[in-house]
Design a protein around this ligand. Structure first.
Ligand code: ZN
Length: 149
């Protein structure tokens, strides 16, 4: 278990240091998200092709968890349909809000399972899920910024 924990930690630190898909997309859907509790700020950009997310990028500043989560989210959603992404978000949310030691099945979440330790730190749940809430707003082309409060 502790080996797994270390691996998860490494994945998060790596994505924080070298965020994937960082930067803006022109002529794309976008939404802003804010987590006032921690000060995390993020903008998500999406290129859609019908129901499929063709490209996803993000910009922003925040804690390691929020940045790594946004980085891994953009990797996880590319090439997937809105329905598939909604399913991923549900699984991710269930994982980070579960009782410690009562983890739901995280296998289909792939690398996103790196955030399973977040459930032990309720204050960080919003850091981990900010990118996902913002992604959802970008899909819906919401005009009002997302706030976790
Ligand atoms: Zn944060």
């Amino acid at each position: 278990m502790s080996d797994l924990r270390e691996l998860y930690q490494e994945i998060i630190l790596d994505h924080n240091k070298q965020p994937r898909n960082f930067g803006r997309l022109e002529d794309a859907r976008r939404a802003d998200g804010h987590n006032p509790l921690c000060g995390d700020q993020i903008t998500v950009y999406l290129k859609m092709n019908g129901d499929i997310i063709e490209d996803a990028r993000f910009e922003g500043a925040g804690c390691a968890i929020s940045k790594a989560s946004a980085s891994m989210m953009t990797e996880a959603v590319k090439g997937h349909t809105v329905d598939e992404v909604e399913g991923l978000f549900e699984g991710f949310h269930r994982m980070v809000t579960s009782e410690p030691g009562m983890l739901p099945d995280v296998e289909k979440l792939g690398k996103l399972a790196a955030f399973s330790g977040v459930c032990e730190f309720p204050a960080r749940v919003k850091c981990a899920s900010l990118a996902w809430h913002t992604l959802r707003a970008a899909i819906e082309e919401a005009k009002t910024p997302v706030s976790t409060e």
